[in-house]
Design a protein around this ligand. Structure first.
Ligand SMILES: Cc1cc2nc3c(=O)[nH]c(=O)nc-3n(C[C@H](O)[C@H](O)[C@H](O)COP(=O)(O)OP(=O)(O)OC[C@H]3O[C@@H](n4cnc5c(N)ncnc54)[C@H](O)[C@@H]3O)c2cc1C
Length: 366
């Protein structure tokens, strides 16, 4: 057997899990697809985000909180190991509102969730004037914001690079440009690639993002994953304009303002559209009018990896024990949990987190 674990998919989810398994002394091979593959890990918004997660499933809110709480330590360890810092700021984040009604509705939902989390949901409501003290560039149309103190943001590309570097440094193998076409389990797992390579491993993690929809059923999973497009814009580097991130805009560590993202059900189409980008720009200018003068330098579209209820899926295959499906639509937020906590679940240690609510048995499809 070449490896204890073969990880199918080398995006942020697969690399985070690989990192955690390597730390536990496992032999790991990561098999990552070709350049034409959809890669959410390279096109996302970089938020390490707690608010609004798990409004209908408190365990998801808690799982996001657990990950956010250990993110800084995780980023620091990656930085120390690789010599490349993973920029991270966790001084809170905003949900900005343009109407009192939507602000009140959201507060009511947060209060319900807060009670379910035994009060551990640290947020405050800022009216326009209070918000303006925190964010001098906020526009008059913003009536207020929810400031959640567990929110933050990171540089997702630096995270991806550091993870790949550290996985290799710890002795993991990362095979790029190899597409897995089938997995069989005669004695251990045989992972077959389109170029004829066959890799043997004792266990398999399917973390292939959207690729899991096709491969999943071959391993006994339902894998009901769908794409959802998000378009994103980025401006030239600017002097400090935004202190804390929001779902509308954030100022990245390098100075540009990232604006996004749309939520569009357009199948496997990751192109940008003029209406999509204009809509994003208009909303961002309403929030921060000074952005009207900013030069845009780039735009892109990327596909989210979504389950039917938006929650992660963590499932061991009933037909092929030893094969795990790991997928989520907040792979940056959950990177620390996937690296530091999830391997205990795969290894069934005493420290294994209870992830039962994330099993795919919750989906009625066969
Ligand atoms: C616009 C946008 C904004 C987002 N914003 C945030 C955010 O602010 N915060 C946050 O936490 N999350 C955010 N996300 C979500 C986050 O980016 C994803 O949850 C995460 O990147 C998913 O990582 P992944 O590794 O599962 O998938 P991917 O990054 O898509 O990687 C999957 C990998 O699997 C490989 N693969 C596929 N099929 C095969 C195969 N058959 N054989 C071998 N390899 C295969 C592909 O080559 C690919 O590299 C956002 C996503 C988008 C699109």
């Amino acid at each position: 057997m070449e490896a204890d674990y073969a990880i199918i998919g080398g995006g942020v989810v697969g690399l985070s899990v690989a990192w955690g398994l390597l730390k536990r002394g496992k032999r790991v091979i990561v098999i990552d697809g070709d350049d034409g593959a959809f890669r959410a890990s390279r096109g996302n918004f970089g938020l390490v985000w707690v608010q609004s997660k798990g409004m209908n499933q408190p365990r998801y809110a808690r799982w996001s909180q657990q990950s956010a709480a250990i993110w800084a330590e995780f980023a620091e360890e990656l930085g120390d190991n690789t010599g490349h810092a993973v920029p991270l700021e966790q001084k809170g984040g905003y949900d900005l509102h343009f109407s009192e009604e939507t602000l009140q509705e959201t507060v009511e939902k947060y209060e319900t969730l807060k009670a379910q989390l035994d009060g551990d949901y640290p947020y405050e409501v800022l009216g326009h004037n209070a918000l303006r003290k925190e964010e001098p560039h906020i526009g008059p149309k913003v009536v207020g914001a929810i400031l959640h103190h567990q929110d933050g943001h990171a540089n997702p590309l630096r995270l991806l690079t550091a993870l790949a570097d550290d996985v290799r440094r710890m002795g993991g193998t990362v095979l790029n440009g190899k597409t897995v076409t089938d997995v069989t389990k005669p004695d251990g797992f045989h992972i077959q690639c389109s170029d004829g390579t066959v890799i043997g491993a004792a266990k398999v993690v399917l973390s292939a993002g959207l690729g899991a929809a096709e491969l999943g059923p071959k391993l006994g999973f339902k894998a009901p994953i769908r794409p959802q497009r998000g378009q994103v814009l980025i401006t030239e580097k600017l002097p400090k304009l935004i202190n804390r991130p929001s779902l509308i805009a954030r100022q990245v560590d390098e100075g540009g303002i990232q604006i996004g993202a749309t939520n569009e059900e357009v199948g496997l189409n990751d192109r940008v559209t003029q209406p999509g980008l204009s809509g994003l720009a208009a909303e961002a200018i309403a929030a921060y009018p000074a952005l009207a003068r900013a030069q845009l330098v780039r735009s892109w579209g990327a596909l989210r990896v979504l389950s039917p209820d938006g929650l992660p899926i963590y499932q061991e295959s009933p037909q092929m024990p030893g094969a795990f499906l790991v997928t989520c639509h907040s792979g940056i937020t959950l990177a620390a949990a996937h690296a530091r906590l999830l391997p205990d679940w795969m290894e069934r240690t005493d420290a294994a987190p209870d992830l039962e609510v994330f099993s795919e048995t919750r989906f009625a499809i066969s």
